[in-house]
Design a protein around this ligand. Structure first.
Ligand SMILES: [Zn+2]
Length: 123
């Protein structure tokens, strides 16, 4: 587990992530798998938040030693996108229809069933 902070260590990890051919997959909320395309090895990266501080963990050797590895950096970049998507989805209000949509929207016109008849006479 390593704290995610902005700084030289993160910049270096991001640089290593860019140089490596990593593929990040979203596995769940704060759960990612990062595959190294060169080696075919896949690592599990998870994020957690405690007391407003963000932490990341990776199953690779460096991650197990509590180092900020390139897998965490790669997953963190994807995580920021996911977090932004969730925030946008939560704050997005339904947009009211435009005048054009109002004009072309099908109007619901209820149709009444035929009036009941009794011996041919409409009731
Ligand atoms: Zn790692």
């Amino acid at each position: 587990m390593v704290e995610i902070t902005h700084g030289a260590k993160m910049d270096a990890a991001i640089q290593r992530a860019k140089e490596a051919r990593l593929v990040v997959r979203v596995e769940g909320f704060r759960e990612y798998s990062v595959e190294n395309r060169q080696t075919g090895v896949r690592y599990a990266v998870t994020f957690s938040v405690a007391a407003g501080r963000k932490f990341g963990a990776c199953s690779c050797a460096a991650g197990e030693r509590g180092m900020l590895c390139k897998h965490i950096a790669a997953a963190a970049a994807r995580h920021l996108v996911a977090a932004a998507e969730i925030a946008a989805a939560q704050t997005a209000a339904p947009t009211p229809p435009t005048a054009r949509e109002m004009d072309t929207a099908p109007v619901f016109k209820p149709t009444l069933p035929p009036a009941p008849k009794f011996r041919g006479v409409e009731l």
